[in-house]
Design a protein around this ligand. Sequence first.
Ligand code: ADP
Ligand code: ZN
Length: 514
Amino acid sequence: MEAILKSSFGFSAFRPYQKEVIQDILQGKDCLVVMATGSGKSLCYQVPPLVVGKTGIVVSPLISLMQDQVMALKQRGIMSEYLGSTQTDSTVQAKAENGQYNILFMTPEKACSVPISFWSKLQKAGICLFAVDEAHCISEWGHDFRVEYKRLDKLRDVLPGLPFVALTATATAKVRSDIISSLKMKDPQVTIGSFDRTNLFYGVKSFNRGPLFLNELVLDISKYLASGGSTIIYCTTIKDVEQIFKALEEAGICAGIYHGQMDKKARAESHRLYHYFEALMEILSFMSCCGLLCMCFSAFMEMCPKSLESYYQESGRCGRDGMASVCWLYYTRSDFSKADFYCGESQTENQRRAIMESLMAAQQYCSLATCRRSFLLNYFGEKYQFDKCGNCDNCIVSKKERDMSKEAFLLLATIQSCRGKWGLNMPVDILRGSRAKKILDAQFDKLPLHGLGREYSSNWWKALASQLISQGYLTENIRDVYRTISISAKGEKFLNAARDDCQLPLVLPVTSEM
Ligand code: ADP
Ligand code: ZN
């Protein structure tokens, strides 16, 4: 194993857990590997085929991911190809049947549709593992459910005795057990690595849409590029991708563009450019004026709302070399109401709930006033042992704080008047004195609180609500496809104490949205 690590990959030592997983696979065990993006999961299925001289099969959801891997493997002299493109499939298939590949990638559709005879020929030629990459796609509870992934269990009977290896960076317990049962894994060896990527800095900036934002973004990007790094920008909509791309081009920044609605040729070109620049970057890395920029529309499945899982995966793509890297998330509150809307469409009940829950967590992450890393790691089920990581925006800038008892009282009391039937917009509109139809219909304009919060903007009140949620005064609930808000026992206690005039000051952080 060590010899192959050195000769084929040029690495001097295994990273945590790699060796253990490889040994498990070599012993023929089913494995579930949960490790952060960038931690080196791929090596776990890349080494065994070279050790035993048989083919490893790897199912992967995206052609672009497979192309990347195949290219990188070929450069290392490892025989590799992928199935899933109609032009080359028949040649690749024939070569695979002759055992000519160390590693053969395929889409889940392909894996489910190749004839049984293909598998029996492969088995005769020798295969040593069946890996399912991005295995969270199997689970409805995952953030990226794919129906085809669910059908992979059929192959269990076709390939008896072969170790199945599921790999993912999504760690929730529900997703984990779903993967194990869907793939009918037998007594699997479960390996869960740390999700802490210590070399990544996490930060969040809130913004309002418009030309000002584009200017600010372009400035930020120029700064990052000037420091010698390359930048990837993920956007939630294609429109955003195109707008930002245009702004960067106008500013003379060399950028490429990549998204799901580009035609095949343009996509391939963009992908090729990305690698070209990447190679160039290596050569020119000593020159601080050069940078690579590539944009992705992450959801290749149109308009999928964002989640913390996908954010962690996307941000995890930077700093894979272990060098210090920064991950900034730019967000605007209206993004979330849009996402709520999309999640109401064409999903099963479970999926909808899962999406709503992770959306709520994502919003909480955005409004967080405490350490972002510890929030992320706790979200992924990892006990983070520090309060402060020293490498996120909230840890390095000391936040302003002030007594917000009065404002908190207004907001909590208004939410109480709404009796848990509404989302956050209603109480905020009441406080702002709106006379919209929904307010008049419910006679909320008659509440004594109506209009008492005019001095602050809607976004200000919503930012306060986020703080009160994270401090446990408010609870968000999911009802059907809507989010509702209500006060918690703690919030009720606060209100009672305030009404009795014995509430202590409530000191809250003043976030960038306030
Ligand atoms: P993941 O699939 O978990 O997101 P990758 O398998 O793509 O991560 O690995 C991330 C990077 O780390 C790759 O560039 C890979 O070459 C590198 N890498 C993996 N294992 C090692 C190792 N043992 N030593 C040095 N670099 C490694
Ligand atoms: Zn921190």
